[in-house]
Design a protein around this ligand. Structure first.
Ligand SMILES: [Zn+2]
Ligand SMILES: [Zn+2]
Length: 154
């Protein structure tokens, strides 16, 4: 289902900046930064506001054991503008380290081998970790303490 921001199913669960842009079609304000169309034009043209793909395209079913790439965004209180860049980096980096060390416990709880969750990338400055695992494991990761959101990265 196309959502209110005018995004296709692929783009709906990504992370977007709160800064807005202007619609390339009508000049109105877009829902988020980097969007090419405002929600109205996206619906009118049946084009995703972000990638330009078919807006009402339906997501093909994924097998339950398929391994997908997920973006895990971590909770950290490192966003206060009064703090210096170094202090913010220390907090977001710490959140990444804590998350990685808790992964082993999660896998043990789920009776999964350590290789069931693969860490592909760490964006320490942003407090985001990119992992590859099944949907059910990603759901379990989303319930971990310190995890803010888990979104599929397509
Ligand atoms: Zn528009
Ligand atoms: Zn899209």
């Amino acid at each position: 289902m196309p959502n209110e921001s005018g995004l296709c199913y692929k783009c709906q669960n990504k992370f977007y900046t709160a800064v807005v842009d202007t619609c390339t079609n009508c000049g109105a304000t877009t829902a988020c930064g980097g969007f090419k169309l405002c929600p109205k034009c996206a619906k009118k043209k049946n084009k995703c506001a972000f990638c330009g793909g078919q807006l009402d395209a339906i997501k093909p079913p994924t097998p339950p054991d398929a391994r997908l790439v997920w973006l895990v965004s971590l909770n950290h209180d490192g966003r206060q503008p009064t703090e210096g860049r170094e202090a913010i980096l220390a907090k977001t980096g710490e959140a990444v380290d804590t998350f990685k060390s808790s992964l082993a416990d999660l896998l043990a709880q789920q009776h999964q081998p350590a290789a069931a969750i693969e860490i592909l990338n760490e964006m320490r400055a942003l407090g985001i970790v990119v992992i590859r695992c099944t949907t059910s494991l990603a759901t379990a990761v989303g319930k971990m303490q310190g995890v803010h959101a888990v979104a599929e990265n397509e």
